[in-house]
Design a protein around this ligand. Sequence first.
Ligand code: GDP
Ligand code: MG
Length: 609
Amino acid sequence: TPPELIRNFCIIAHIDHGKSTLADRMLQLTGIVDERAMRAQYLDRMDIERERGITIKSQAVRMPWESVAGTADAAGPRGKESQTFCLNMIDTPGHVDFTYEVSRSLAACEGAVLLVDAAQGIEAQTLANLYLAMENDLEIIPVLNKIDLPAAQPEKYAGEIAGLIGCDPEDVLKVSGKTGEGVEALLDRIVEVIPPPVGDPDAPARAMIFDSVYDTYRGVVTYVRVIDGNLNPRERIVMMSTKATHELLEIGVISPEPVVSDGLGVGEVGYLITGVKDVRQSRVGDTITNLRKPAERALGGYRDPRPMVFSGLYPIDGSDYPVLRDALDKLKLNDAALVYEPETSVALGFGFRVGFLGMLHLEIVRERLEREFDLDLISTLPNVEYEVTMEDGTLVEVTNPSEFPTGKIRSVTEPVVRATILVPSEFIGAVMELCQSRRGALRGMDYLSEDRVEMRYTLPLAEIVFDFFDQLKSKTRGYASLDYEPDGDQDADLVKVDILLQGDQVDAFSSIVHKDAAYAYGVRMASKLRELIPRQQFEVPVQAAIGSRVIARETIRAIRKDVLAKCYGGDISRKRKLLEKQKEGKKRMKMVGRVEVPQEAFIAALSNE
Ligand code: GDP
Ligand code: MG
């Protein structure tokens, strides 16, 4: 397809604002899915199938659309001089943890449809992605969806959107993905206002990877947007970040099933297969070029995925450790951002320290491990990465609180984020209170309309990973929405609090907290453990300490426990049974110094936060 006839776009929308339903209507109207094959959320279904390893995920769908718009005769009547355009709809992931992936999907497009529920208005997530799209110079097409709903307020929200992107409220399209109303007009608008891709067809090939998915049968499927030159089957390609070369076994487009093609040219979007088995060898953001005639410079914007949140993952049943190791090795094939290394803990045994992009990423990985690999896991409290500068100038990076150095510390830095919160104006006070209690600094505030505000904060990432979103929701009766992105590191007054049982440190409970929060953390953990740990034959002090300074103390009183005493020396088999039982119980006991602690106590202390 000649570039003049190509339009590459994505849809920016908050979850539930109707992206999948609108995509369905587009698939139908452009005729690539016929009435009989149509089912709701067509592209999402393929997602589920992909999870089971059957189909290729359609990250980019190609649709033909006949239109007069955008041609030289655009002014002419409809039907005259119409041409068939090639629309590529590129999917964008919808969560803050994946901002980098979103930025690469946007970079593969010239335009974005900003889809907003006409009964809800714009949300923080959408706003953040809209700003990203504007930074990437994309043409924005504002659209209000669900206008069929009785609760829709298209006038109000058209005003909000117009204020944000600086257009006329009249220019905001009104559609219903459900009834199909306005969707044809939207497709025409896409052809009309989104610029065609530009690139040099004679230059050495350069294609940007905007997604990379592992498929059990086909290996890694890589989604690319060609910028310059062209890619052809059977030639050798080079990944410019690593210089690794691969043979192109297959190249094609998705429409909406994969269709093999004989190459991709300037501006085209499609998939390719090289037989690699690990998404790390085909990284989002990387540039692909041709081995025979390689490009000199890669496209800008490549970035290694950087884990932001860390947690220890341990099998509840210690004998599952090899299963956990294999499961992580498998997930890694599919997830370039997942990093881990073995770790041992006094309290929890053998496990792994795992790095994640954020809390959602952590939850997804944990759920997949439990569901797909049938593992029962315990995870330690998530923490961020700290940089500690010692008095003598040495630098220590800490991803596990128990590694926090002792000795003279000059300074500690922690990662901070730039957060955007959208909220009805009546909750401004509640949001400010919450953000202040989380060491936040207000950077600015704007009214989107009379009764809705956008609040911008700098917050420590560590404060956000800790139930911030839940608190925000409950303090605003569910109305607030939140988005954030990394914003470097900042000095902070942080200390490590250790928890000791009879003087021995319990590693899994060490935590790095702000000086002002140390006492509260210490008291809470000490009293929790006093309740959870059964009495021993001797008295056990539970202490919280910063270095050698004890800041909280509880005591577990001693008892004499003798299970056989109850049997009065009578029934031998009953005695034996009890002994067996006690032995079994012992297996799941962990020794901290002389203190026996059932593993359940550790698990309970870590989980019911
Ligand atoms: P997504 O999360 O953005 O992909 O949203 P979906 O397409 O899954 O839609 C979320 C919900 O809104 C579903 O229950 C849809 O049936 C409903 N929905 C989507 N578009 C419309 C619309 O135009 N009108 C109405 N009334 N409901 C819609
Ligand atoms: Mg959806």
